[in-house]
Design a binder for this molecule. Structure first.
Ligand code: UDP
Length: 418
């Protein structure tokens, strides 16, 4: 009986991989058909130049395996020869990520990939394009390997769309600025390490803000906010708007550092480092509910206190925060109130680090659901938020987004010197 099941399962898997292979070959042959004029041109050019049309180039995949791929020796779209490797079944459309660049085996941080072969497209590419931090490399690859053909196809489409919108702007710069506001171009792990670090100066709270299209728009008409954002200890680039602005400013952004993706990573780091939290903000009961949900999800997490965000007396709240002994303060009062509140009160706060986190507690308390992964993969979380709260978010997104895009256009022209 068990044997039957195994045989049946194995048979189905073989059938599936056979079907995949057929689809792969049909797609690759169709692409060759479309590109045939260029393939013919490249072949003729190579013959005229007394070269063989194709040569093999060696690459590494993230498992450290060598991948040999064809490239045209002359002509246009030279790397399109890779389609021949797909027809030959050397590689797949979707598979183990290939490291496109100069590298050698000892320099590769190896990841054991469950995928049968290297692929032109992979889920890491997609997440890299939008800077999404939604899982570690092994789990992303495992999910990719388990997905069906329809999801593979959707993933390739998403990668192509994201390449058009967010493709890397240029050299990676660690510290940089857009619209006159400095920010840290950083990986999520480094950002979280900074939040949990035992900052040396006693009784001085380090302040971190998440810089997004909305805060840039607000700062453009509020010089006090502009100054506040410029004087923080760290700003993080949050959202697809910032990615777009950075691209046009020639900056290759690392991760998309937003509060919602940061919090789970931060909680794990807090458990490791013995850091504790105070949650300030949201409607009555919102911070408390978010705290309870976090404690349930991260057993042992130390949440020292919570308070809603509709208070008048700062001193009373600050006393409560300081008495709690929390090392990290999360402030969710909405922009620009949260940034101004922190700037005004940071010298009175005993915690080591405070972050302004917007609607974070609404997500973690469960009162607003998070956008589905496919929307986040495309950098379209804002559409989801608009759908959740159309009235409250109308100005921010329907008016604010075109205004922000216009600012990006002006920024691009000024960088070009026009
Ligand atoms: N909020 C608050 N006090 C205020 C104004 C707002 O606590 O005086 C809370 C509000 O309940 C919400 C959060 O601040 O939980 C702001 O969310 P929003 O969606 O505006 O933030 P975003 O993440 O979009 O910046």
């Amino acid at each position: 009986m068990l044997d039957d099941k195994i045989t049946h399962h194995a048979g189905k898997t073989t059938e599936q991989s056979f079907a995949r292979r057929i689809v792969r070959i049909v797609c690759a042959v169709t692409l060759i058909g479309i590109l045939l004029p260029f393939f013919a041109l490249n072949t003729v050019l190579s013959i005229v130049l007394f070269r063989s049309p194709l040569k093999k180039q060696k690459w590494l995949d993230i498992g450290g395996g060598v991948v040999e791929l064809y490239v045209w020796q002359a002509g246009v779209f030279k790397s399109s020869a890779i389609i021949i490797n797909i027809v030959r079944d050397d590689i797949h459309f979707v598979g183990t990520p290939i490291i496109w660049g100069q590298t050698s085996v000892p320099n590769v941080r190896r990841f054991k990939s469950p995928c049968a072969k290297a692929g032109v497209f992979d889920s890491l590419q997609l997440h890299r394009l939008t800077g999404l931090v939604a899982g570690d490399i092994p789990s992303l690859l495992a999910a990719q390997n388990a997905q069906g053909m329809a999801k593979d196809f959707a993933m390739v489409l998403k990668i192509l769309v994201c390449r058009c919108i967010y493709l890397d702007g240029g050299a990676k710069q660690a510290n940089t600025s857009v619209f006159g506001i400095p920010f840290d171009n950083t990986k999520m792990d480094d950002a979280v390490n900074w939040v949990c670090a035992p900052h040396t100066k006693e009784h001085y709270c380090q302040i971190g803000y998440f810089l997004n299209a909305n805060s840039i728009n607000l700062a453009a008409s509020n010089s006090e906010l502009q100054k506040t954002l410029s004087q923080s200890n760290k700003n993080f680039a949050d959202g697809s708007g910032m990615r777009l602005a950075a691209r046009h400013a020639g900056i290759d952004l690392a991760d998309n550092i937003n509060g919602t993706d940061m919090l789970p990573v931060l909680c794990n780091k807090a458990l490791e480092t013995g850091s504790s939290f105070f949650l300030l903000g949201a409607k009555e009961g919102g911070a408390e509910q978010a705290g309870k949900a976090l404690e349930a999800r991260f057993p042992g997490l130390n949440i020292r206190g919570t308070h809603h965000g509709y208070f008048k007396d700062d001193s009373e709240i600050i006393e409560k925060i300081n008495n709690s002994g929390a090392t990290i303060l999360l402030v969710a009062l909405g922009s620009p109130r949260q940034e101004m509140w922190l700037a005004k009160n940071k010298h009175r706060l005993d915690c080591r680090c405070a972050l302004a986190v917007g609607g974070l507690f609404d997500f973690f308390s469960g009162s607003i659901p998070r956008a589905p992964l496919w929307m986040r993969e495309l950098g379209l979380e804002w559409i989801w938020r608009l759908m959740q709260e159309p009235r409250a978010k109308f100005n921010r997104y329907i008016i604010g987004n075109p205004v922000f895009l216009f600012r990006v256009y002006v920024l691009k022209q000024s960088i070009r010197g026009l």
